[in-house]
Design a protein around this ligand. Structure first.
Ligand SMILES: [Zn+2]
Length: 120
């Protein structure tokens, strides 16, 4: 009987220890994970026509519209390009468009803050 109890007690301690180790590991991993990049950009409202409307994060009624579908895009491909070249060029293009859009929206919001919310 005592042996059974000791066995159960040991197993309980092992599982508690394991839980604590897991928590410590998760905490260490969380500390090593970089925080998401800081951005002023709020989630846009998606309007008909493919328009993304970015509203003032302070809710004053101001907004900035973007229409990503209307952006002109030019692919640069080598002579005799392969499917992989095309895929790479499309990925690069999408990334560049995304960065350009983000830059425009950030500039618009910063400009808006300067004009309307200088103390924010
Ligand atoms: Zn505002």
């Amino acid at each position: 009987m005592d042996d059974d109890f000791a066995e159960i007690e040991a197993a309980t301690k092992r599982s508690l220890r394991l839980g604590f180790d897991d928590m410590l590991r998760a905490r260490r991993e969380a500390e090593q994970t970089p925080p998401p990049p800081l951005s002023l950009i709020p989630q846009p409202d998606l309007l008909p026509g493919g328009i993304a409307r970015f509203r003032c994060p302070l809710g004053c009624g101001w907004w900035h519209d973007e229409n990503p579908g209307l952006e002109s895009s030019r692919l640069i491909l080598p002579v005799g390009f392969t499917r992989q070249d095309l895929s790479d060029a499309l990925s690069l293009n999408a990334e560049a468009s995304g960065l350009a859009l983000r830059d425009r929206v950030e500039r618009a919001i910063v400009q808006h803050y300067r004009e309307r919310h200088p103390s924010a």
